[in-house]
Design a binder for this molecule. Structure first.
Ligand code: BJ8
Length: 422
């Protein structure tokens, strides 16, 4: 409507390009989400949030900015949301799941860069992301080579702070990360003028723990057969967790989980009992990257878990909330964040164990490993994981793909053949 358009104009969006994006997004959402059968009522909240992702949520953010709140954009689950919230700032995920502005992006980063990186640069250059345009600070991190080098170019376009994330989990590496957590805390205090204290940090640790607990609850409920919720819907919930207001989000997910419990108690599901169950594992999938989940769930299978940063890797571990000094709380944050099993670590053996645990806990019949094309870390681990899983008799299909739709048919043929042999 007119008020939204006025807001987007103020954010300096390219109005016609942005309209095009919303149109594609709406069509895609209709085909992939609204066409599903047996959806839970609680998903209406998510449908609404998604339909208003560039509307009401941005309005809320702009209203908060008008009262002096700051907005922090991130690309990685290593940036501690607890600190952002303690500094009374808004924390949003910026990774982008669609091709846009690719030609322009390829002038700043090499062509053989993964689609996720090209996409966040492309969104900025094309001026179509109101979240990016709302940020007072964007926080990058030294994870994969693609991202850390891309931030040198991206840092010329937006105000940036880059956290150094170590590549190993030695004691020295944890010390380095702690120093980086402290440096992020100071950057936040400087930007917001809010001092991070025992009180506000305790509160934000609890807010984020509660959000993660609600998502853990959802994840546990998906162990049921028949699967009570589609993998697409669960992925959407995890995607929305990166930009919705956290306390409202937690409440809606808990309400949805109540409905799922009722459905399970009645023996109901989103697919018939006995439908083949797949674990999706690998690179994060940002909105609207729903291609592979859609292909998988149109191939006589249901997705029962996401071993991904937009999934279990962001949710599995809570922050120990027993400390009562800033020092102790920062240590608890460091301990929690250094448990993340991102493929950028070497070695990263705990991921191999975590995937197997998820297969067991969620009663999955097989794993589909997803690596974005040109993503070195996850492509390496696909080889390793295939080996580990085959020794345990767990079937795995390794997929490499980007955001383009041109390989949908080919993917479908491969996934169908995989599901048939399970
Ligand atoms: S903690 S997975 S969110 S770094 S797909 S940009 S790895 S070339 S996203 Fe990640 Fe943090 Fe790790 Fe998670 Fe590079 Fe691969 Fe692209 Fe990737």
């Amino acid at each position: 409507d007119a008020a939204h358009t006025e807001m987007w104009e103020k954010l300096n969006l390219d109005i016609s390009a942005h309209e095009g994006l919303l149109e594609v997004l709406g069509k895609f959402y209709g085909d992939i989400y609204l066409s599903q059968e047996n959806r839970l009522n609680g998903m209406e909240y998510l449908d609404f949030v998604l339909s208003e992702v560039h509307g009401l949520r941005i309005k809320e953010i702009q209203d908060a900015k008008a009262t002096g709140k700051k907005v922090i954009g991130t690309f990685c689950v290593f940036v501690p949301e607890e600190l952002t919230l303690a500094a009374n700032a808004i924390h949003v995920g910026l990774c982008s799941g669609a091709d846009a502005g690719t030609d322009e992006a390829e002038k700043l980063v090499p062509r053989n860069t993964c689609a996720l990186i090209k996409s966040f640069i492309g969104f900025k250059l094309a001026r179509i992301c109101p979240f990016t345009e709302s940020c007072d600070l964007v926080v990058g991190e030294t994870t994969c080579d693609g991202k850390k080098k891309a931030y040198e170019a991206f840092g010329k376009l937006v105000p940036m702070h880059v956290m150094e994330v170590p590549q190993t989990k030695t004691t020295d590496a944890k010390q380095l990360f702690k120093a980086e957590v402290l440096r992020y805390k100071e950057a936040l205090e400087e930007l917001t003028g809010v001092k991070i204290t025992v009180e506000n940090l305790r509160k934000s640790i609890s807010v984020v723990n509660e959000k993660r607990k609600a998502l853990q609850r959802l994840s546990r409920l998906r162990a049921a057969d028949p699967a009570p919720i589609s993998g697409r819907d669960a992925l959407l919930i995890n995607q929305v967790s990166f930009y919705d207001e956290p306390e409202r989000f937690t409440q809606s997910i808990n309400t949805l989980c109540d409905q799922i419990e009722e459905r399970i108690a009645q023996g109901g599901g989103v697919v018939p009992a006995g439908t083949k169950r797949l674990l999706l594992s690998g690179c994060p999938m940002a909105v609207p990257n729903w291609k592979l989940p859609y292909v998988m769930e149109s191939s006589n299978a249901v997705i029962v878990g996401e071993e991904s940063c937009i999934g279990s890797r962001n949710v599995r571990d809570l922050v120990d909330d027993s400390a009562d000094t800033i020092e102790g709380m920062l240590d608890a944050l460091v301990d929690r964040y250094m448990k993340i099993d991102c493929a950028c670590f070497t070695p990263n053996d705990e991921r191999m164990v975590n995937v197997q645990n998820m297969v067991k806990d969620l009663n999955a019949d097989g794993v589909v490993h997803y690596a974005l094309s040109f993503c070195q870390p996850y492509a390496h681990e696909a080889i390793k994981l295939q080996d580990v899983l085959s020794q345990k008799g767990i079937p795995m299909l390794s997929v490499e793909t980007g955001y383009s739709m041109e390989d949908v048919e080919q993917l479908k043929t491969r996934v169908e053949a995989f599901v048939e042999m399970l």
